[in-house]
Design a protein around this ligand. Structure first.
Ligand SMILES: Cc1cc2nc3c(=O)[nH]c(=O)nc-3n(C[C@H](O)[C@H](O)[C@H](O)COP(=O)(O)O)c2cc1C
Length: 152
């Protein structure tokens, strides 16, 4: 396989820009910028999210059996960078009814209940059921919109 072509073709897959909210084992909010999310079932509503296998987020998800995903809208690149930098104090969040942090000004959010994990490769795929949702303003931006890539 040609590595350059592999990278180019895989980077054609479109992704959204999300903030995943979980809680640490000592009860603090934890935020992660991520992009590998897709819906996998209508009934029940299921999604799959691929998490880096060594991420604190994946550990939080597996321990707490849940996570929230906030959808970023236009103008939120600085917010995404703050999350990537670990500057969570710059990011305005509010708790869902079960206490997971979601963005106050995002394009919407979903809360997900952990079902299963597929542990192959450097990211592990978590299958989860959508158990709650919140509407937001605007619409989800794609990763492309920020000029970023995470495939290849
Ligand atoms: C453009 C971009 C997209 C990313 N997408 C994902 C993703 O889909 N899943 C993931 O686990 N990490 C993703 N990351 C890495 C996470 O932001 C994070 O740094 C890493 O997973 C460590 O997570 P932790 O803070 O929970 O330990 C992405 C990073 C960048 C820059």
């Amino acid at each position: 396989m040609d590595k350059k072509v592999k990278k180019k073709v895989l980077q054609e897959i479109p992704y959204g820009a999300y903030i995943v909210g979980t809680r640490t084992d000592d009860g603090k909010d934890w935020l992660m910028f991520g992009t590998w999310l897709m819906q996998t079932s209508f009934k029940p509503p299921l999604v799959a999210f691929a998490f880096r296998k060594d991420s604190r987020t994946l550990a939080n998800v597996q321990r707490q059996k849940g996570f929230a995903v906030s959808f970023l809208q236009e103008g939120m690149q600085d917010l995404a960078e703050s999350v990537l930098d670990g500057s969570f104090e710059k990011v305005k969040t509010q708790p869902t009814t079960s206490g997971l942090p979601v963005l106050v000004d995002g394009a919407g959010w979903i809360e997900c209940h952990f079902l299963e994990v597929l542990d192959q490769g450097d990211h592990h795929v978590v299958l989860a059921e959508v158990t709650d949702v919140g509407a937001g303003n605007g619409s989800l931006v794609t990763l492309d919109h920020f000029g970023w890539h995470y495939g290849g």
